[in-house]
Design a protein around this ligand. Structure first.
Ligand SMILES: Cc1ncc(COP(=O)(O)O)c(C=O)c1O
Length: 395
């Protein structure tokens, strides 16, 4: 029996059998069970902010090993330190509050409950958006194919077009919240139209609607700001966080701004593991290291370098480059993203295809010159091989 047979026989078939079994990582690389090295330009889907085996993460894990978990009957220093840091870097400040959960999905569940506390029935979210797989988070996800097998879902959720006109038409005094991703990662790294967040802030304020920004994929410095919404200068009512703030440990958080901070009252929400000292100590260490090494600026600079190098490839397969900082969508002229991802893996490069015509790059924020050069060499080889193999207009 190979590990693939074991996987097929033991794991529920929700993901398909993977091609590779990984055993360890170091910096921007991971290694499989045959000892083969891969350059990791996906970082566990925008999770491993400091790459793999970073001393700050290893140190925090080791130091916290004597108090892993205590329940929310007790306070711990790591959760208070992390909450302080999140309130500072998000701009929520002294009036803001943090609720810790265990995943992005759970952060959005908390945000949906926050919205319910307004007493208003309707929730707006965007077509093609992604907010998670639980019944609540799936209800606000704008991909019908993901929702349909699980209907009926939450009532009174509307998935509107990503235009200011559609928002203007849909919003009203019976709307509790608008959920929005600053960049729709799972939809293929799609940016919002220019001025959308600013207009959304104006309209939501006018109608007393909560503006809830899902920063689960865009947060923790990835886009060249601590959080994607900060590019626009608006102040949201809440943001949801996960992925990159933990650097690899499972964490989610709902951060509220101002008046939204008192909507959830004692006893109205909870979780056993949320805010546990192990996870909070690691997350705080990850964010401290991002601050100390100015990796938010590195994300902006390396993202710009990657865009320049990708443009210089002048490949007929590349249509456009989307996203910001180190969340990059490479729009393809042909629906060959799955072939590119598979061939890249054979060549020792991990990237991903959120859809058939998009390659997504989300490397660790520590990425430097050597990794960018290696990525461009391998990616160019793969692109050339796919364009000469595919009987397409591009070849
Ligand atoms: C924007 C966004 N929201 C929510 C989620 C769900 O997060 P999780 O998979 O941690 O539950 C994701 C995950 O891809 C995401 O990208």
């Amino acid at each position: 029996m190979t590990w693939k047979d074991d996987y097929a026989h033991r794991m529920m078939n929700t993901f398909g059998v993977p091609k590779v079994e990984l055993v360890r990582g170091e910096g921007c690389a991971v290694f499989d069970s045959d000892g083969k090295r891969y350059l990791d330009f996906l970082a566990g889907i925008a999770v491993n902010s400091l790459g793999h085996n970073h001393p700050a993460v290893v140190g925090a894990l080791t130091n916290q090993a004597n108090l892993l978990h205590v329940s929310n009957f007790f306070a711990t220093e790591p959760q208070l330190a992390l909450a302080e840091r999140l309130l500072r870097i998000s701009g929520a400040g002294d009036d803001g509050r943090v609720f810790f959960a265990n995943s992005g999905t759970e952060a959005n569940e908390a945000a949906i409950k926050l919205a319910r506390r307004t007493g208003r029935p309707r929730i707006l979210s965007l077509q093609d958006s992604f907010h998670g797989r639980s019944i609540g988070a799936l209800s606000i996800t704008g991909k019908a194919a993901l929702r349909e097998p699980f209907e009926p879902l939450l009532p009174n959720v509307e998935h509107i077009d990503t235009t200011i006109e559609a928002l203007t038409a849909a919003i009203g005094p019976d709307v509790a919240a608008l959920f929005v991703e600053p960049i729709k990662g799972e939809a293929g790294v799609r940016e919002l139209p220019a001025g959308y967040l600013e207009a959304a802030r104006e309209l939501t304020t006018q109608h007393g609607v909560l503006l809830i920004v899902d920063e689960i994929q865009t947060g923790a410095g990835r886009t060249g700001n601590w959080f994607g919404f900060q590019e626009s200068g608006i102040v949201p009512d809440a943001i949801t966080l996960a992925k990159g703030i933990g650097g690899g440990v499972p964490i989610g958080a709902l951060v509220t701004f101002g008046a939204a901070s008192t909507l959830l009252q004692p006893g109205q929400h909870g979780t056993t593991f949320g805010g546990n000292p192990l996870v909070c100590a690691v997350s705080d260490a990850v964010l401290a290291q991002i601050e100390a090494d100015d990796l938010v600026a590195n994300a902006a600079q390396r993202g710009a370098e990657l865009r320049t190098a990708l443009t210089a490839l002048d490949s007929p397969l590349i249509n456009d480059l989307r996203g910001r900082g180190l969340l990059i969508g490479i729009g393809l002229a042909e629906p060959v993203a799955p072939q590119i991802v598979a061939l890249a893996l054979e060549h020792g490069l991990i990237i991903n295809a959120p859809n058939e015509s998009t390659i997504r790059l989300a490397p660790p924020l520590i990425v430097g010159d050597d990794e960018i050069a290696e990525f461009i060499t391998t990616f160019s080889t793969v692109l050339n091989a796919v364009s000469s193999a595919a009987p397409t207009e591009a070849s």
